[in-house]
Design a protein around this ligand. Structure first.
Ligand SMILES: [Zn+2]
Length: 179
């Protein structure tokens, strides 16, 4: 009977939808391989029918990656505090970054192993996302950037995402558009 499997393969979908003929149903009932295949089809179909309820977290994350991204804004340097010059990197740098309605005072501190970036989050459910680890402590966050080019991150709140560029880019933007 196993050689018959190919013949029934296309009819399995019909069986799933309750439109199978008696011959197919009989074959599947007696054939472990087709029973497995039917179970696989059923699982696949239910995953597509309810992707947000039944898909595992990593599948959801991958699907979200394929979807059009949320509105994204790019923050700029609002006020350089204690910033000596665009090319000088002091041990402690404080800058205010943001855009029209969100801003935060960013502290960047030089460490042996890189730069600690920290700030108080704006009010209203914001969090920080970046390629590496971020520590959220109450309304504050901090992370260790391996170098200045890694000091950028995303400020995320619901559907809104604000990109905070790394310090060198913030400084460069500032020197290109002084106002
Ligand atoms: Zn079979």
């Amino acid at each position: 009977m196993r050689t018959d499997c190919a013949r029934f393969e296309e009819r399995l979908a019909d069986l799933l939808e309750g439109r199978a003929d008696a011959e197919t149903a009989q074959h599947v009932a007696a054939c472990p391989a087709c029973t497995d295949e039917l179970a696989r089809l059923r699982a696949m179909r239910s995953a597509f029918a309810h992707p947000w309820e039944s898909a595992p977290a990593d599948v959801i994350a991958r699907l979200k990656g394929l979807m059009p991204s949320a509105p994204r804004r790019v923050a700029r340097l609002l006020s350089p505090l204690g910033l000596v010059g665009a090319r000088t990197v002091a041990d402690d740098i404080q800058v205010v970054v943001g855009d029209r309605d969100v801003s935060l005072r960013l502290m960047v501190r030089r460490q042996d192993e890189g730069y600690t970036v920290m700030a108080r989050l704006p009010e209203g459910g914001w969090r920080v996302e970046r390629g590496g680890e971020v520590e959220h402590i109450g309304d504050r966050f901090r992370f260790l950037a391996e170098d200045l080019d890694a000091t950028g991150f995303d400020l995320v709140c619901d559907d809104l995402r604000i990109e905070i560029p790394p310090l060198p880019r913030l400084m460069q933007d500032e020197s290109e558009h002084p106002d």
